[in-house]
Write a protein that binds this ligand. Structure first.
Ligand SMILES: [Fe+2]
Length: 506
C-alpha cells in the first residue's frame, strides 16, 4: 500500500506518550564516530479530546531527541508546553484560534485574534538552550537535555513589535559563525490626519481623506536578526514586503538576506473573524513572484520580478561573480487551487504528503539573478521533492550536493530521500514502499572536509509495522540504503524540521 489520499494512514495518529528510553533494536551498525544529538520538531498530537486537528499549522509542537553517544541511541520526546497546549489539554478541546481553525464562539470570538503559537516547526540550538520555533510568534526556550519548556523568549529583549515573531527558518553563516533569522512584523502605516485637513476644504479634503484611508491597510515587514556563537542576538534591519505575503523561509549570501514573495497572500478579511486565515488565503494569479534581496549591511532593498511560483523552503543561495544564485524546490502549479492542494494535503485526515496533481510536481530549481535584474532558471532534478538540505558548512557559498525528501509516492512507491549531485545532475534515491522518510539532515564526519564526507540522518515511518526509526545513511551512497536503523517500539507522527549538534544530550 502506498501512502496516498485514498488511504488514510496511521501515520497521523497521536504518539503514544512522552518517553525517555534507550533504543534496544538497532539493525546494521552505527558509526562509532557519529556522536551528538539530532533534535526534531513536529506535530505529535492530532486529536485534542474528540476534536481532530485540521492541519499541520495547528498541531501542537513536540520535540524529539535522538542521542548518539558512540555506544548506542537514546530517544526522548516532550510536547512544548505552550499556552495552547496547556489550555487545550486541560479543557479536552482546542480553545484558541489557529491558522486553519477557528475558536469556538463564532466571528466575534475570532475577530482581531492571531493564531495561537504551537511551537511546532523547527528547533535551533542557541548556546545552552534549545529554541522551539514557530513563524508567527516568539520562540519557546527548552532544556537541551530534558526538553523541558522554560517559557517564551524575547532573545534578551531583542524581539520587538506586537508579534515579536522569530521565524522557524534561520540560516547559517558559517564564515561569520552566526545564524540569521527574521520575524514577521505586521503593521498599519501611521496616518497623517493633519496633512489631510490642513489647508484643504470640500472636495480636496475629501480626496485627501480617501487617499489616507486607502493607506490604512495592514502591511508586513520582516525584521532581520543575527545571533552569534555565544547566543547573543542583535537586530539587523527591517525589510518591507510588497503585499501581505506568507514568507516561510529565507536564504543568505555574504551580502544579502533573500526572501521570495509569491502571489499567495493573506486576506485582511481574516482579521474580521469570519473565516480562518487559511481559508482567507488568496492567490493573486496575475501577480509575479518577487525576489527580495536585502543587503545585510542595511542598504536599499533590491526587488526583482519573476514568473509566479510558490515555495516553502530554500536550499541555499550564493554569489557568483555579479550574479546571485538561489536554489529552492519550485512549485508552479497549473492551477492555483493546486497550491492549496499541495499544502492542505499535509493533514491528519488525508495521508498524502505534498502530493498535488501529478503535473504540479515541486521541482528543485536554480535561479540566477543578474546584476541588471534578469532572472533565469534551470531544473536540477526530474522528480518532486521538498525539505532540501545541504552540508551547512556550504551555506552562503556554492554547494555540490543537495539532500531532499522525495515527494512522489505514486511514482516511487514510498516517500524517501535523495541526493542530487549538481556537478553531474545525477540523483541517488532511496524510496521504500509503505514508508515515509522526513527531511534529511547532513552530518559531517569528524575531521572530514569533503562536502559529502559524512552521514545523512532521517526519521522513517513504516506503515506496516506502525513504527518509526532513526535512519543513518552514508551521505555519498544514499541509494545503498541505511547503514544503521534504530527502531522505536512506537511511531512518531510527521516531524517537519530538525538540527544536529555534536553535543551529546545528557
Ligand atoms: Fe518549513
Amino acid at each position: 500500500m502506498v501512502l496516498n489520499a485514498a488511504a488514510p494512514s496511521r501515520y497521523w495518529t497521536d504518539i503514544a506518550g512522552e518517553f525517555d528510553l534507550p533504543v534496544d533494536e538497532i539493525t546494521g551498525s552505527l558509526p562509532a564516530n557519529l556522536v551528538g544529538t539530532l533534535y526534531r520538531n513536529g506535530s505529535g498530537r492530532w486529536n485534542i479530546g474528540s476534536t481532530m486537528v485540521k492541519s499541520v499549522f495547528d498541531a501542537d509542537g513536540m520535540v524529539s531527541a535522538f542521542v548518539l553517544d558512540g555506544r548506542g541511541v537514546r530517544f526522548r520526546n516532550k510536547f512544548v508546553r505552550t499556552k495552547h497546549y496547556l489550555r487545550s489539554t486541560e479543557a479536552g478541546q482546542p480553545l484558541d484560534r489557529g491558522f486553519s481553525s477557528q475558536r469556538p464562539g463564532g466571528p466575534l470570538a475570532n475577530a482581531l485574534r492571531l493564531p495561537a503559537n504551537t511551537a511546532n516547526t523547527n528547533v535551533m540550538v542557541n548556546a545552552d538552550r534549545l529554541l522551539a520555533l514557530w513563524e508567527g510568534g516568539r520562540p519557546h526556550e527548552l532544556g537541551l537535555d530534558t526538553l523541558e519548556t522554560y517559557g517564551l523568549s524575547s532573545l534578551g529583549g531583542v524581539l520587538k513589535g506586537p508579534v515579536g515573531a522569530y521565524s522557524a527558518h534561520y540560516t547559517h553563516d558559517p564564515i561569520a559563525d552566526t545564524k540569521v533569522n527574521f520575524g514577521f512584523d505586521p503593521y498599519i502605516p501611521r496616518l497623517d490626519l493633519r496633512w489631510a485637513l490642513r489647508d484643504a476644504r470640500g472636495a480636496e479634503r475629501r480626496r485627501r481623506l480617501r487617499e489616507l484611508l486607502a493607506e490604512a491597510v495592514p502591511r508586513v515587514r520582516l525584521r532581520v536578526y543575527e545571533t552569534d556563537a555565544r547566543g547573543v542576538t542583535r537586530y539587523v534591519r527591517s525589510v518591507p514586503l510588497p503585499g501581505l505575503a506568507i514568507v516561510h523561509d529565507m536564504a543568505l549570501t555574504q551580502r544579502y538576506a533573500i526572501f521570495v514573495v509569491s502571489p499567495m497572500r493573506i486576506n485582511p478579511w481574516a482579521l474580521t473573524g469570519y473565516a480562518s486565515f487559511w481559508d482567507s488565503m488568496q492567490f493573486e494569479k496575475d501577480l509575479p513572484s518577487y525576489f527580495v534581496l536585502a543587503p545585510r549591511n542595511g542598504g536599499p532593498v533590491r526587488i526583482v520580478e519573476t514568473d509566479a511560483f510558490f515555495h516553502w523552503h530554500f536550499t541555499n543561495a550564493y554569489e557568483d561573480g555579479g550574479d546571485v544564485v538561489v536554489e529552492l524546490p519550485r512549485f508552479a502549479p497549473h492551477t492555483w487551487s493546486g497550491v492549496k492542494n499541495y499544502t492542505a494535503h499535509v493533514r491528519s485526515d488525508i495521508a498524502q504528503i505534498g502530493g498535488a496533481e501529478p503535473a504540479d510536481a515541486v521541482v528543485l530549481t536554480r535561479f540566477r539573478i543578474t546584476a541588471a535584474g534578469r532572472v533565469t532558471r534551470e531544473p536540477l532534478a526530474d522528480f518532486g521533492c521538498e525539505f532540501p538540505q545541504i552540508d551547512q558548512r556550504r551555506s552562503t557559498v556554492r554547494h555540490d550536493f543537495s539532500y531532499v525528501a522525495v515527494q512522489e509516492p505514486d511514482r516511487f512507491g514510498g516517500q524517501g530521500i535523495a541526493r542530487v549531485d549538481h556537478r553531474t545532475g545525477a540523483a541517488q534515491m532511496y524510496c521504500q514502499e509503505d514508508n515515509v522518510l522526513v527531511e534529511p539532515t547532513f552530518v559531517a564526519r569528524p575531521g572530514g572536509t569533503a562536502e559529502d564526507d559524512g552521514w545523512v540522518l532521517t526519521v522513517g515511518y513504516d506503515e506496516i509495522r506502525h513504527r518509526s526509526r532513526l535512519m543513518v545513511f552514508d551521505a555519498a551512497h544514499i541509494d545503498e540504503g541505511p547503514t544503521a536503523e534504530a527502531w522505536l517500539p512506537f511511531h512518531i507522527p510527521m516531524s517537519y524540521h530538525g538540527t544536529f549538534t555534536t553535543r551529546v544530550a545528557r
